[in-house]
Design a protein around this ligand. Structure first.
Ligand code: ZN
Length: 336
């Protein structure tokens, strides 16, 4: 009976356990085991790595959040100061490039942002310690120029006259008085006809040369200062303004726009009180104020405003009234 059983076992191929078969089974077992271990360990390792990464990220996010909220608070606290600084940096950058001080006198916001203190400019911008005010009169001579000169003399104040070419006999004296009494003689085109002088660079050059020679003949002085009719930012010129500014530059002529307007431009019937307050209010937020006024037959209120205006400006702290010179900070409108 026992023998039979043994024989049966030997005959059954499924039960036969040859060494090769055993090895194969062992190998399989090992492979399965490795696979199981791998399947367990790999996700675990991944989880650990991801966990560490997540922890670090969270930490970084936390730090960043803290920094952001700190910055937000700081920003909020100094919002005004920041706005002011940005505006000042812009202005000082423009000054550094010698191109522009924002001269839109109608923009209250920008006016308010202009500097009152002297510690905010870049180091290479030389600003006066106090305030400098430049009274400038366009379009003369006129029937009122003599009166304006008398008032200025009375207050011992020097101004700048941007004149046009007028051949009338009575004005010959006026041109000379401007120079002899220590004011700056500036040019404002011979004809003051926009359609002519801005039609081409040649026209502009001709007009300029005519005026410059005319003034030299009248006064013995070659003027080196120019104010464009309508300003360098005028929108009527058919010629690129930069062609004209380049030309002036080549001749060593400095052009000046304005950053304060008296508001006495043609067509506006403005009272002398209004002129004084326009100028004084604006000047309060400028370290350098180039003040646009007009010397023309219909500008009686400008003449009437002048004494009070000078008095009010002289009352302002550390403020001087000066004629424009080559040392004056260029106040020029942007070309765009
Ligand atoms: Zn003019």
């Amino acid at each position: 009976m026992g023998r039979k059983q043994i024989q049966k076992t030997k005959q059954n191929p499924k039960r036969a356990m040859t060494p090769e078969r055993r090895k194969r089974i062992n190998r399989l077992k090992k492979m399965i085991l490795r696979a199981i271990v791998f399947m367990i360990l790999f996700p675990m390792v991944c989880c650990i790595i991801l966990g560490i990464t997540l922890y670090r990220t969270n930490k970084t996010v936390g730090t960043l959040k803290e920094q952001i909220s700190f910055l937000e608070k700081a920003l909020q606290n100094s919002m005004d100061a920041t706005d002011r600084m940005e505006a000042l940096l812009k202005v000082s950058e423009e000054i550094r490039r010698g191109t522009n001080v924002n001269a839109d006198v109608n923009s209250e916001k920008e006016l308010a942002l202009l500097p009152e203190t002297e510690d905010v400019y870049e180091s290479d911008v030389v600003l006066p310690k106090g305030r400098k005010a430049y009274l400038t009169f366009d379009d003369g001579p006129s029937a009122y120029t003599g009166e304006l000169l008398d008032i200025l003399a009375e207050y011992h104040v020097k101004a700048t006259f941007f004149v046009t070419g007028k051949k009338k006999e009575q004005y010959a004296d006026i041109y000379r008085r401007i120079v002899e009494e220590g004011h700056t003689l500036g040019m404002h085109s011979y004809s003051h006809e926009y359609g002519n002088i801005y039609a081409s660079l040649e026209n502009f050059q001709d007009d300029l040369e005519t005026l410059r020679n005319f003034l030299y003949d009248e006064t013995g002085v070659t003027s080196n200062f120019y104010r464009f009719p309508g300003g360098s930012s005028n929108k009527v010129s058919q010629t690129d303004m930069s062609e004209m500014t380049t030309y002036l530059d080549e001749l060593g002529i400095s052009y000046f726009d304005w950053n304060i307007s008296a508001g006495d431009a043609t067509g506006r019937n403005v009272s002398s009180e209004q002129i004084v307050s326009n100028v004084v209010n604006a000047l309060a937020s400028h370290r350098v104020g180039v003040i646009l006024m007009h010397d023309a037959a219909d500008k009686r209120s400008t003449v009437d405003a002048l004494p009070k205006l000078i008095e009010e400006i002289q009352k302002m702290e550390k403020t001087e009234i000066l004629p424009i010179t080559k040392e004056t900070l260029l106040i020029q409108h942007s070309q765009d």
